[in-house]
Design a binder for this molecule. Sequence first.
Ligand code: NAP
Length: 252
Amino acid sequence: MTSDITLADKTIIVTGASRGIGEAIARACARAGANVVLASRKQEGVDAAAATITAGGGSALAVACHMGQAEDVTALFGRAAEEFGTIHGLVNNAATNPYFGPMLAIEDSAFDKTIEVNLKGPLAASRGFAGQAPAGGSIVNVASVAGLGAAPLQGVYGMTKAALISMTQTLAHELGPMGVRVNAVAPGLVETRFASALIQNEELLKHVVERTPVGRHGQPDEIAGAVVYLLSDAAAFMTGQVMTIDGGWSSG
Ligand SMILES: NC(=O)c1ccc[n+]([C@@H]2O[C@H](COP(=O)([O-])OP(=O)(O)OC[C@H]3O[C@@H](n4cnc5c(N)ncnc54)[C@H](OP(=O)(O)O)[C@@H]3O)[C@@H](O)[C@H]2O)c1
């Protein structure tokens, strides 16, 4: 048992790791001592992020993987195991939000894509992880404050994040007996390409910032530390939980 927040001797897979929150998590895991497997759809994107880690003395492997495609997810675990052996941690971070508007007007294709990437992907990856996870293994799902309540104009995206929180709670119960923990983080507005439409819209940004106690939006590194903690043995008594990291936005 340890209270130290370290990932030494562990291998962690991070999906959606080529930029934004996923890249910040991958770098933080490497700084904490882990071998990191970075996955996203575009090989060049994860290659660049992995190169930054290895240039700093860290250990990284870049694998192209579309989280909506089951065969890609299976191949990701095969490649990661071939390189590093046992995988100790999984961060389900990749997600998509192809539609912004009233929930009832979403087209079937956008609905299906959101479900595939945001839910089927994390479920398939959790299955791949659990099939080989050692006691002490840890899954961290990147949810959103959009999954904690109403998400106007992002309804189906918010619905997938609420379901991801439910998946977190259920898998915590189902995998707990194996010694595998499952937690989630729920970020508020964070400056990434994903959130650029919101952040560049002055009126929307003002609306968010005005009800945020810290008076600003967040940066990817401000999410990464919590994820490293949840992956580490310092969080050994924590499972089935959601850590909200939103500058206080959801506090009232
Ligand atoms: N930014 C925010 O305000 C905010 C707030 C709450 C929660 N979140 C959550 O944080 C997570 C990361 O978002 P972000 O803001 O960091 O976004 P981002 O900067 O746009 O990065 C998204 C990452 O996911 C990858 N990706 C996208 N679709 C994928 C797919 N089908 N399969 C595999 N990888 C895929 C992208 O790389 P490729 O293009 O190469 O695939 C990229 O690496 C998401 O779960 C998002 O819902 C974000």
